[in-house]
Design a protein around this ligand. Structure first.
Ligand SMILES: [Zn+2]
Length: 247
């Protein structure tokens, strides 16, 4: 029963995240106006705005101008539903759950914006880092989490500075530094190290594969999704990571 509630609230939040992903990089308010079609500007009726279901009923097209609505909309709604369901199942119903719902939702939004625009928005990452810093002092060990932020941000910062000299082009950007700081402050220094390791492996395998298959070797790859995935995997297996550091 609660599983259904979490999946459905996830899909509803996913619908809101879609709006954020479209509007935040374009500097449009995320509160007003209500949802509109990016193609014809027509306001979306409430019955066409039901997460997952509306997209299927409309066969992925706008009711007014019949333009395709990006498949990203339904993918994010389903993905957020599954994320909420998984986190509920993993954490149980407690205050920690709400922290991780917030954190992984934020990573999801930042990742998709990076994929679509190649931008990481400071107006999203910095408030997240501040929330993480407050939580560190309120309920976690501040030293573990502040050092996680500095370590994550520091390592990526060095890579940003060094990689143009080694490879003659920029591999990562300043935005990746902010995201590494965000993950570091929430997960602490041990998990940020495994995050960086996992993300670089995923980046090489998946990112490299995509570049080869799409024949765009040498072009920019968004790194945030790999950091986010690395952070998620590290968090899920945090006991194993902690045990490794205890050796
Ligand atoms: Zn339209």
């Amino acid at each position: 029963m609660l599983e259904t509630v979490f999946f459905m609230s996830g899909a509803i939040f996913g619908s809101f995240f879609n709006l954020c992903i479209y509007r935040l990089p374009r500097d449009i308010s995320i509160i007003t106006p209500g949802s509109f079609c990016p193609n014809c500007g027509q306001k979306i009726r409430w019955y066409d705005n039901i997460p997952i279901i509306s997209w299927i009923l409309l066969f992925g097209r706008c009711r007014d101008c019949k333009e395709w609505i990006s498949i990203r909309y339904i993918i994010i709604e389903i993905l957020t539903g599954l994320l909420f369901l998984f986190l509920f199942w993993f954490c149980g119903l407690n205050k920690e759950l709400f922290i991780w719902l917030f954190f992984f939702s934020l990573l999801l939004i930042i990742s998709v914006i990076d994929i679509e625009t190649f931008f990481v928005l400071g107006k999203v990452t910095y408030p997240g880092i501040i929330v993480g810093a407050v939580l560190s002092f309120l309920i976690w060990k501040p030293i573990d989490h502040i050092s996680g932020m500095l370590l994550g941000g520091g390592i990526i910062f060095l890579l940003v500075k060094v990689s143009p000299k080694l490879f003659g082009k920029e591999g990562m950007g300043e935005g990746d530094v902010e995201v590494a700081m965000l993950i570091g402050i929430f997960l602490g220094w041990k998990l940020i190290l495994s995050t960086l390791l996992i993300s670089s492996i995923l980046g090489v395998i998946i990112g490299g594969g995509i570049l080869l298959f799409t024949n765009r070797v040498g072009s920019h790859i968004p790194y945030v999704p790999y950091l986010a995935a690395g952070g998620f995997i590290s968090w899920v297996f945090s006991e194993k990571v902690e045990a490794f550091f205890a050796l």
